[in-house]
Design a binder for this molecule. Structure first.
Ligand SMILES: Nc1ncnc2c1ncn2[C@@H]1O[C@H](COP(=O)(O)OP(=O)(O)OP(=O)(O)O)[C@@H](O)[C@H]1O
Ligand SMILES: [Mg+2]
Length: 599
């Protein structure tokens, strides 16, 4: 029950409602199933004892009003009606199955879409803490498992439970004591089975969830690590590492499927044995084989055998549903946690108007610590950048340059201190608008396997790409000549997965073009030109410096020459801003301003 509740919480109220709308169809299909079974009773009765047509008031009324002339005709009619009923029931069941499948597959779709939304609603640091392959596993694998193991198993149980109720009603009319006995022993048997597998199912569910995640992570590592994997000769090791969780996953699934299916065979044996036993009891009670009363037993027996046959799946599916619920409660919990953690986050915005600024970007005593880290990566950083300035940021590796950029970009938010735009504190709710005004050229650009045009206008639907803006951006990034003269389809050429068909320098210039496309007022370069040769870097920097004055440029660089033209240079050491100066004073021995640590 607890696990069912857990699963139901994965659905939206609207989805729960549509699930309820399925019920009438399910009940109707169960009802027609019962009528089909019930109809075999008069058929067999009349077959064994034709005199009953006259003796039974219902049958005789039906016989006369139907204009039947002989018992044989009547029997043929009953047989025919039985067939029609069977076909109608089959049709109704197919319809029910279709509607149910539509609902179920639709839940895989909506659960994974809601998860993706929840993940993207999370602020950027979320991605630093979670493994992306685990998120993919949740989205694509666990949602499908929950739908098939929980919702499908449960809906199948409901379908057969409805049948069960009608069957029991029918059997109670025919022979209450045998019915109660059969029901009681069936229920007891399943209850015992359920209790005995309780412990193992919870454990199996955990094992399936964790091995599936590992499987996904290792598959991604092996395939994304392309060059490294081959150079280091790690192919075999990776296959072996993958094989461990993969076989754990297979074994856990094999065991869980067995736990789910095994009772069926036990119950089948019990049902068949029980039928034989019941036959013997009824035979003994009616005075042995040769007796006349045997003709009465036959129809009862027929109905019972057929009804038991129809009831068995209900028990089996009820058991299956409760075992499956327990098996997948680990997955359901994982997904529910992810939904919950995004519950109070603002919805994803459609278009965000950039937040323009006139005067300055100011850092006041800003400190930042990564979640889970035990030291600040930035400490008491204070500086002011005037609009239109170009700013260089230098410092040793690990000094906090990228962290500072991410704060300027609004990807990270200060742990303490504040960022002010035009003298006003940048609030959490304005961060998206601020980001829309900042272009970012990063060290390792992510190129998608799409056309050059789509990579420059990243995330913009193809039809909405502004060709003029795109070409201007490519020109400024010194990549237009290459695109037009060397790529087979110009802007329509595909870049390959993660841009593998381009050189590092070409990728970097594309990254610059991408940052320039939305025409941001602030452009941040994180070692953006490090993959370029000196001549190309000089060209790119010359183009970029043409933007100086109209745009605010902030660049992190290892090469001092890159920041030569900057108006001011910030030096970081171990997360502390140690100096603000210009190029001449920093690298050519002039005097420079030193900033006291702690702001
Ligand atoms: N996600 C993270 N979680 C915890 N610590 C981090 C994280 N990212 C960076 N750090 C730490 O923060 C410090 C600053 O890192 P940052 O990436 O800002 O350095 P950097 O100056 O850009 O170095 P580089 O020149 O090598 O790019 C480093 O000590 C690093 O270990
Ligand atoms: Mg860095």
């Amino acid at each position: 029950m607890k696990s069912l509740n857990l699963a139901l919480r994965l659905l939206t109220p609207a989805e729960r409602k549509t699930a309820m709308l399925l019920m009438p169809l399910i009940i109707l299909s169960g009802f027609s199933d019962m009528v089909g079974v019930a109809m075999i009773f008069p058929f067999l009765k009349v077959l064994g004892e034709p005199e009953i047509i006259q003796a039974n008031s219902y049958l005789s009324a039906f016989y006369t009003s139907g204009g039947f002339t002989s018992a044989d005709d009547f029997i043929f009619f009953l047989g025919g009606a039985f067939f029609v009923m069977l076909i109608a029931t089959a049709g109704l069941k197919i319809l029910t199955v279709y509607v149910a499948n539509r609902w179920l597959e639709g839940r895989i779709h909506s659960l994974s879409k809601r998860l993706l939304t929840a993940y993207l609603q999370q602020p950027y640091p979320f991605m630093l803490q979670r493994n992306s392959s685990e998120l993919v596993a949740n989205m694509l694998s666990e949602t499908a498992r929950i739908v098939s193991q929980v919702f499908r198993a449960f809906s199948e149980f409901v379908v057969s439970a409805v049948t069960l109720i009608f069957m029991v009603a029918l059997l109670l009319v025919i022979n209450p004591s045998v019915t109660l006995l059969a029901m009681g022993s069936f229920s007891a048997l399943y209850a015992v089975l359920l209790l005995s597998v309780r412990r193992i199912t919870g454990r199996l569910g955990q094992s399936i969830l964790s091995s599936n995640r590992k499987r996904h992570r290792l598959a991604m590592e092996a395939l994304i690590g392309g060059k490294q994997v081959r150079l280091l000769n790690r192919e075999r090791t990776l296959v072996e590492r993958y094989s461990q969780p993969s076989s754990e996953y297979a074994n856990a699934n094999a065991l869980s499927n067995t736990v789910r299916m095994a009772p069926r065979h036990i119950i089948e044996a019990v049902a068949i044995g029980g039928t034989v036993l019941m036959t013997l009891i009824l035979t003994a009670r009616s005075g042995g084989t040769g007796s006349a009363a045997m003709a009465n037993i036959l129809p009862t027996l027929g109905v019972f055998v057929l009804a038991l046959y129809r009831m068995m799946p209900a028990f089996q599916k009820g058991y299956n549903a409760s075992v499956s619920l327990r098996l997948s409660s680990a997955s359901a919990n994982a997904i529910l946690d992810d939904f919950r953690s995004a519950e109070n986050l603002p919805p994803l915005p459609s278009a965000v108007a950039p937040m323009r600024f006139q005067k300055s970007i100011e850092f006041k005593d800003v400190s930042f610590r990564y979640p889970g880290a035990d030291a600040d990566s930035l400490q008491g950083v204070t500086f002011t950048i005037a609009a239109g300035m170009s700013v260089g940021i230098v410092g040793r590796t690990g000094a906090g340059k990228t962290t500072l950029m991410d704060l300027i970009l609004g990807l990270l938010e200060p742990g303490s201190g504040e960022i002010r735009i035009d003298g006003r504190r940048l609030s959490h709710s304005e961060i998206r608008a601020w980001r829309a005004n900042v272009g970012y050229v990063q060290q390792d650009i992510y190129l998608s396997d799409a056309t050059i045009a789509q990579n420059i206008a990243f995330g913009v639907p193809e039809a909405d790409i502004d060709t003029g803006k795109m070409q201007a951006a490519a020109r400024m990034a010194q990549i237009e000549d290459f695109i037009l003269n060397e790529l087979p389809d110009g802007y329509g050429t595909f870049a390959g997965e993660r841009g593998v068909r381009l050189s590092g320098g070409q990728r970097q210039r594309l990254s610059i073009a991408r940052a320039l496309y939305p025409e941001p007022e602030v452009i941040v370069f994180d070692e953006a030109t490090s993959a370029l040769d000196n001549a190309t870097e000089a060209q790119v920097m010359a183009e970029i410096s043409k933007l100086a004055g109209t745009r605010t440029l902030i660049m992190v660089a290892h090469r001092h020459t890159t920041v030569r033209d900057c108006d001011i240079i910030l030096t970081l050491e171990n997360g502390v801003l140690t100096s603000i100066s210009d190029y001449a004073s920093l690298f050519e021995g002039g005097s420079h301003i030193t900033v006291a640590a702690g702001g």
